[in-house]
Design a protein around this ligand. Structure first.
Ligand code: C2E
Ligand code: CA
Ligand code: CA
Length: 739
């Protein structure tokens, strides 16, 4: 059982004490008083005696000084001669042994005073074993340097230390350590019965010197096992000791530490350490608070704050943190990271029809499949109800992201068996790649999300990359969409008309209706800007229908030999009611079908849809003429010319532009013209701006021209005047249009 003594205790120190001469004998009475004989011997004797007396007086004086000196010492001191007789002792000594002090006198033997004391019961430890105790006590007396404790009848505890002197005597020191003993006992009590596990270990070498019951219980080691351990053996990781670097005695610091119990379980501890003295050596007292539960609760909370409770995947917060780490790497190296945002198609329908229970199971199933498709180092997170984010690191080319996107879509696509239902769900993916599409997690996620919207709008079940302009475009498009909806509803959109001119006669054969949008803030907005938006949002059907109606109504007021051309978007063919829209427009305006020309582009024929061809044929059989617009751009188009009997081919304005400078352009224009003639199709050149272009085209045999040289697109009122002038005047006046 270890003994503890708070470190502050001062150690008992030996004081060097001058050798004390034996007590001088009393002066002989024969010599005192003096004689009257005045012989030489006597004189000698008297002189010697005087000398002796002076020496004695001197010795007494120094004896008194010594007594005074030892009396002020805080310890008890006793001097014994070689036979164990009392020579000298101080006040403190008498005080300590107050019950036996009547026994002390010069020349008395210690062993006798002890024996009397024992018989009187001055030493409770001796009771019942008196002789034995006295023998032990006396052996200790002549064992130099050894310390022992002695309990007195009144409960005081005395520390005894005795040393031999050169002449065989003994110097004994006595210290009253009663208070110290009491403190030690209460410390002992505090240590042993403390519910907090406590360990005392050596400051150097880390050996465990003592443990309390709570520590035994907590760690599951027996006391014997503990004694073979060092504090390092308890630590879960070989790291610094909890008090390393902190040796200041009174500082109490708590450190958190991981220990291993005897059963192998890891425990989290808050350790309070304090330096103390154990026996004679510096030691550390450790109080160990088990905070395993608290740590676990903290960890649970932290996890919940960063994860989605349904799938257990990281949430947006954690995703951003993890992304930031990855992006830091990609910013330095040549590697990229791809962010894929995956959205489930029609997830709401699953929830609505099969219930939220199945919806939740589906999400868990999706999460599981996604996770197992990814590599360990890829991040998967759930962004919101039906969107997941994947961060693919180590990407070198965009194709890496494409491959992953395909694998993910494939993995998700297989049916899920949920509560007896076979559920199929598709997904779309938007991809943004750092650093090109953004260097911050927030921006990358936003851009991937934008790419996702596009993937969803275009065709579901596929993926789409973020494009740089997408961002800015998306903003203005959104605004245009809102304004355009209003403009269509409020009848703000209207057609302008651009004449088509017969190149040989100079007469206006027809006018193309081009939509115009006078915008309150932005002035006239170009159709090149808003037609694509109308197509994306489906507004094109309303817009196209409106243009057809207005153009037919306007053209019905024009001379009977002037046609009107209306542009059609491929999307208007998808809806399926185009034929009836055209018929209604004709019927309401009273315009004969032969005076209506519909312009379509090659893109319509790309799909090779039989429905499109059927509609075209049906329109044509109404008597409506069909023109191929923007011919010569994009795909090479001869096959399209064969797939449908067009009435007119409009050569794209880029050819007119190149006629003067580019021989190839001239050759192409020439061959298109001869092709058209062969097929019996009218050929119209778009974008005629100069006399030179005009005469060149006319010389090549092109039938019609359209362009700024003849006229810009104009409001109907102006066109009406122009046409009036044309039918009223002769051929000479018509040339005025050209000039
Ligand atoms: P597009 O069908 O090729 O129409 C001809 C475009 O060329 C018109 O532009 C016209 O103003 C322009 N243009 C005419 N002559 C010249 C010329 O000499 N030089 C130059 N540089 N340009 C000339 P706009 O009105 O801006 O229309 C652009 C496009 O918008 C049209 O091209 C057409 O594809 C589309 N669009 C216009 N109105 C409608 C419509 O009502 N419905 C549909 N679906 N599309 C329309
Ligand atoms: Ca056109
Ligand atoms: Ca055109």
């Amino acid at each position: 059982m270890p003994k503890f003594r708070p470190k502050t205790t001062k150690r008992l120190k030996h004081r060097a004490i001058a050798r004390i001469p034996g007590r001088p004998a009393k002066p002989s009475p024969k010599l005192s008083g003096g004689g009257r004989r005045v012989s030489g011997e006597i004189g000698e004797i008297v002189r010697k005696r005087a000398e002796a007396e002076a020496a004695i007086a001197e010795a007494r004086k120094s004896h008194e000084r010594l007594r005074e000196a030892i009396d002020i010492l805080p310890q008890g001191i006793v001097f014994l001669d070689a036979e164990g007789r009392y020579i000298l002792w101080n006040k403190k000594y008498s005080e300590i042994y107050n019950r036996s002090s009547d026994l002390f006198e010069h020349g008395a033997r210690l062993q006798d005073t002890i024996r009397i004391g024992v018989e009187r019961g001055d030493y409770p430890e001796a009771i019942g074993r008196e002789e034995e105790w006295i023998a032990e006590r006396l052996t200790k007396l002549y064992r130099p340097g050894e310390r022992h404790e002695q309990t007195l009848a009144d409960g005081r505890v005395i520390l005894i230390e005795e040393r031999l002197t050169e002449d065989g005597g003994v110097i004994g020191l006595r210290v009253d350590i009663t208070e110290l003993k009491q403190r030690e006992a209460s410390f002992r009590l505090l240590f042993d019965s403390n519910p907090v596990p406590m360990i005392v270990c050596a400051l150097d070498g880390e050996r465990i010197l003592g443990v309390n019951d709570a520590a035994v219980e907590h760690y599951g080691y027996s006391r014997a096992e503990f004694e073979k351990l060092t504090i390092r053996n308890l630590q879960a990781f070989d790291s610094e000791l909890p008090w390393a670097g902190d040796h200041s005695s009174d500082e109490q610091t708590a450190r958190t530490w991981k220990h291993v119990r005897a059963d192998g379980a890891l425990i989290d501890l808050a350790i309070y350490s304090r330096q103390l003295v154990h026996g004679d050596r510096p030691a550390i007292l450790l109080a160990l608070m088990d905070i395993t539960e608290r740590k676990r609760a903290e960890a649970r909370l932290a996890f919940m704050a960063q994860h989605d409770s349904l799938t257990g995947l990281p949430n947006r917060n954690l995703l951003r943190q993890q992304m930031d780490d990855i992006l830091l790497h990609t910013r330095r190296g040549a590697e990229k990271a791809a962010v894929l945002v995956l959205g489930l198609d029609n997830f709401k329908a699953v929830n609505d029809t099969l219930g939220h229970g199945i919806g939740d199971k589906l999400l868990r199933g999706v999460a599981k499949r996604l996770r197992s498709t990814l590599r360990e180092e890829d991040i998967l997170a759930r962004l919101n109800s039906d969107e997941f984010a994947i961060v693919q690191s180590g990407v070198t080319r965009p194709e890496d992201a494409v491959l992953l996107a395909r694998r993910l879509l494939e993995a998700i696509g297989d049916p899920y068996l949920l509560d007896g239902h076979s559920v199929v769900i598709g997904a779309s993916i938007g991809i943004a790649v750092s650093p090109g599409d953004g260097e911050e997690s927030e921006k990358l996620l936003k851009n991937a999300d934008m790419a996702l919207s596009r993937a969803k709008n275009d065709f579901r079940g596929t993926f789409s990359f973020f494009e740089a302009e997408m961002d800015a475009r998306a903003q203005t498009r959104r605004k245009i969409e809102i304004d355009l909806r209003d403009a269509i509803q409020n009848g703000v959109l209207r057609p302008y008309y651009q004449p088509l001119v017969d190149l040989s006669t100079g007469r206006i054969t027809g006018c193309e209706a081009l939509v115009r949008w006078p915008h309150a803030e932005r002035g006239m907005i170009s159709p090149a800007e808003f037609i694509p938006v109308a197509e994306e949002t489906g507004l094109i059907n309303a817009l196209g229908g409106l243009m057809l109606q207005r153009a037919c109504l306007d053209a019905a007021q024009w001379p009977d030999d002037v046609r009107v051309a209306v542009n059609l978007s491929p999307l208007q063919f998808r809806v399926g009611n185009l034929l009836s829209v055209v018929m209604d427009a004709l019927k309401q305006s009273g315009l004969p079908a032969r005076r209506l020309e519909l312009e379509i582009t090659e893109t319509l024929l790309l799909e090779k849809s039989s429905q499109v061809l059927a509609t075209l044929h049906a329109l044509r059989s109404l008597g409506v003429r069909i023109s191929m617009d923007d011919f010569g751009t994009g795909y090479s188009s001869l096959s399209y010319l064969r797939s449908f009997p067009f009435d007119k081919i409009k050569i794209d304005q880029s050819f007119a532009r190149d006629l003067g400078s580019n021989r190839d352009a001239q050759a192409i224009v020439r061959s298109i013209i001869s092709l058209g003639m062969g097929l019996g199709v009218t050929i119209t050149a778009e974008g005629v701006e100069t006399e030179a272009e005009f005469s060149c085209l006319r010389d090549e045999g092109c039938h019609e021209g359209q362009g700024f040289l003849f006229s810009h697109a104009r409001p109907n009122a102006e066109i009406v005047n122009l046409l009036k002038a044309q039918s009223g005047a002769g051929a000479e006046d018509e040339a005025a249009l050209v000039a």
